[in-house]
Ligand binder design. Sequence first.
Ligand code: SAM
Length: 400
Amino acid sequence: MNPIALAHRLRHSERLAPVRRHLPLAATVAGVASTRREPRRGLVLLTLGGLGFVRTWRRSRELGRAATAEHIARMRRLRRDVVQRFYTTCIGSMEAELEEYPEYDRRKHELRYRLVSELATAHVPAGGVVVDVGCASGLVLDAVHRARHSRGVGFDLAPYGVRQRAHRPDPPVLAQAVVEHIPLPDGVADVVVFSEVIEHLLDAYAGLREVSRITRGGGVVILTTNNGSEMPVISPLRDPLTWFERLAGRWRPRWLAFRNLTWHDPIDRRVDPLPPDAPTYVPHIHFCFAELRDLAADAGFRLLSSSSFEFPAPQSPLADRLRRLTSRAPRLGNATADLLEGLVSVTPGLSLMGAHHLLVLRKVAPPRPRPSTPWWPAHLHDGLPTDGFRPRASSPASRR
Ligand SMILES: C[S@@+](CC[C@H](N)C(=O)[O-])C[C@H]1O[C@@H](n2cnc3c(N)ncnc32)[C@H](O)[C@@H]1O
């Protein structure tokens, strides 16, 4: 076939799309293979491959920036009363939610509960006090109590899990309260569990400051939350530069084109006063490590250790394949998922790119009233300026 006609066919054919997407990879591999025998040809192929990768990356960044702009617009529409109404009327019990998940996702949640419970158990003295902030129905408290006879207290804004749990005679004690105003005295907790909650707060620092207030000096906080540097959904064979960008974003948040700030679906229409074409999305901020580290330091914590877990990203095609495999052949699917989780968690670089952070913090000082660098998503709601705000220019993250 005529090479020009072939090039056009390659460019326009849907069937050849997978070939087209992997041309930069093919050129790079061919370039590496030829460098010894034909260095000039090798160099040309490597250059073409590199340019192809840069082109894909630029496209990913464009899409990422557009998605971030949409998330920022959603943050600006947020109203505290609407978010609170959503949590107090629309959230069911965690157990019921887990029941509905496919086996693959349920096991990933169980992994988190296991990791958090084991760490809380390791840090609480026998008979000590564990407070679970945003506890849902208190599953972590149950596990720690079984292991250490700890005294467990949990709070959640959503009343459903709390009420359901209150019917049981055994510990823990659960109550309805907001993280921003925890009804407990200063320094009462040996261990605070703060798992998958900070990303939902309108002001993350206000929550962290309260967590610090109730933690005794030398006490420990186990914090998990979504990771802004989680593995991208696009394959590293197609877009390795986006993978590097995500990893670098761990320490340099401003380098990230895409920032996930809100939940992917709008809240229930019945509790949303906003028009259907611009509805409310609750906050679901994927934090970068540097942001959490700095907020925690301002709240009076020293970082004892950090890691990440849940590989691959739950919305990735690979996770979908594992989900399907697990539903068809549970033992094989579970074994494959566990093997992958284990392998990635010991692979340098990749091990930092799990879907969730896991931080262990020790209380070493009283919290500052405000974070030392104003933290930009906190400024995207509740009547703050709606004009001229540019996260890249005015973000403290961008100064790090
Ligand atoms: C993803 S769930 C995590 C629940 C629990 N920590 C766990 O690990 O299963 C987030 C929880 O945070 C609660 N939450 C959200 N905003 C809150 C706030 N301002 N104060 C207290 N709880 C809050 C929600 O009601 C929900 O139960």
